[in-house]
Design a binder for this molecule. Structure first.
Ligand code: DUC
Ligand code: ZN
Ligand code: ZN
Length: 460
């Protein structure tokens, strides 16, 4: 099978130019002007369109037992939605509870994904406890191609680790050349603030952000930075939401801590007033860290433009509004955390980032594809367009117009956090390793074809 994409404007993290791309089998084999199609080759006219490298979401939760329920997606539904939105690789969080050993957890997540994912995938391996068994099993998981860990400084009793476990995890990560991704919120402060608010009679969704103010996140980042500095481990802050937390990361970077920063599309575009909507509507907007005051959005966009923030993910964690969010109707601490966005990330970044002049096209590619590939060991197989790279391509039609809606989305959840938002542009064709997976907003690929991507460590 070969595909020739003609006359599109190729956009990578460092260049923009018009040329043809020829893909043979699963790989890009040639980029040139006026390539003649061999017999049997599918030719796609990309005139007037952008051709991006397949987008990478560095942070999703497809299979997620959490807060007494499960995130709604399966690897089948979630990866199809990802592809329709232009995302061809996901980093899913493998997060076993503290009652499970890492090897059991890794096997369980692999089992969930294998033969079901339509796009390529890998995991950040959750370290939710640390003991002698964890140490030896984590070494095996890293050797199997998972070169990143995930830790939580929040979610006391569920995923959260204590300081001794944190120190040991980062020491192992340093030894193995593994990047540790971290949810940074001080869990003790969260619990105490929650108690205080509940005692004062605050039970609705608006209590969520009040219980986790920016300083709680900044304290989590500061804590991680101290441990990263003393262990020498490279770290990646997931879902950074506010100025105070960014300042802590930048201070540490100046001291020489190797730290990357991820923000989320939700924090860039929606603010805490959404979580204050009446009639429990605000529960749709409960996630952690919480949505912030609008003034933080400019800080985050500036950070992306200046390269201070490296990636934009989704933390996709879908819970139905009808049946799951009401678990916390009388107590905001029980509302399952998450705002779905896997399908919408690129269209939102293009419409509200590129079209408004906040970021340019090459920045879009860097923050939504190339940087994640580089940080987490997939580059240049993924994250760029060059001969030898996987033929993961997004032919993007900037003229298409639509509106986001729960009715039309493919994500397996009963609401959209962006209901009615106008969108400019969409992926008109998406390929994964040389196979056309999406045409005009519909999945047309092969179910279950997604591959687990082995990533070697930098120490290997
Ligand atoms: N935050 C969320 O909002 N959902 C899933 C996990 C997390 O850290
Ligand atoms: Zn998190
Ligand atoms: Zn997450």
């Amino acid at each position: 099978m070969s595909i020739l994409i003609k006359d599109g404007e190729i956009v990578t993290g460092s260049s923009r130019y018009v040329a043809d791309i020829y893909c043979e089998g699963e790989t890009i084999t040639r980029i040139d002007k006026n390539i003649e199609p061999p017999a049997g080759c599918e030719v796609i006219d990309a005139t007037g369109k952008f051709v991006f490298p397949g987008f990478i979401d560095p942070h999703t939760h497809i299979y997620l037992p959490f807060m007494g329920t499960f995130a709604k997606e399966t690897y089948d539904t979630g990866t199809k939605a990802a592809l329709i939105g232009g995302t061809t690789t996901i980093f899913d969080m493998c997060v076993p509870g503290r009652d499970m050993d890492p090897a059991e957890g890794f096997a369980l997540w692999q089992e969930q994904a294998r033969g079901k994912a339509a796009c390529d995938y890998t995991f950040h391996m959750g370290v939710t406890k640390f003991d002698a068994t964890s140490d030896s099993q984590l070494r095996e998981i890293v050797a199997a191609g998972v070169q990143s860990f995930k830790i939580f400084l929040a979610y006391k009793g569920a995923f959260g680790i204590d300081d001794s476990e944190l120190f040991q995890t980062l020491t192992l990560a340093r030894e193995l050349g593994v990047v540790t991704t971290a949810h940074c919120e001080n869990e003790t402060l969260v619990v105490e603030m929650q108690k205080r608010l509940l005692a004062a009679g605050v039970t609705g969704p608006e209590g969520h952000h009040a219980s986790r103010p920016p300083r709680v996140e900044a304290e989590g980042v500061h804590h991680l930075m101290t441990f990263a500095e003393l262990t020498g481990a490279p770290v990646y802050i997931v879902h950074l939401s506010c100025r105070e937390a960014l300042e802590e990361a930048l201070r540490a970077r100046q001291r020489g801590v190797q730290v990357w920063v991820e923000t989320l599309i939700q924090y860039l575009l929606i603010d805490k007033t959404y979580a204050e909507l009446p009639d429990f509507e605000g529960a749709k907007y409960v996630m952690s860290p919480p949505l912030r005051d609008k003034s933080n959005q400019e800080v985050l966009w500036n950070g992306l433009r200046q390269g201070l923030i490296n990636t934009v993910g989704t933390d996709h964690a879908p819970f139905d509004f009808e049946k799951q969010k009401p678990m916390g109707r009388d107590n905001f601490t029980l509302i399952p955390n998450g705002i779905p966005a896997l399908e919408d990330r690129i269209n939102l970044l293009y419409t509200y980032g590129v079209k408004t002049g906040k970021i340019d096209l090459t920045t879009l590619v860097n923050i939504a594809s190339t940087n994640a590939a580089k940080i987490f060991g997939l580059y240049p197989r993924k994250g760029t367009i060059q001969p030898g790279s996987d033929a993961d391509l997004v032919i993007y039609d900037p003229e298409h117009r639509s509106k986001l809606s729960a009715r039309s989305q493919s994500m397996n959840v009963d609401y959209s956090g962006f209901e009615g938002w106008p969108i400019e542009g969409r992926p008109s064709v998406v390929t994964v390793r040389g196979e056309i997976a999406v045409r005009d907003g519909k999945f047309v690929g092969t179910e279950g074809r997604g591959q687990f991507l082995k990533r070697p460590t930098t120490a290997a």
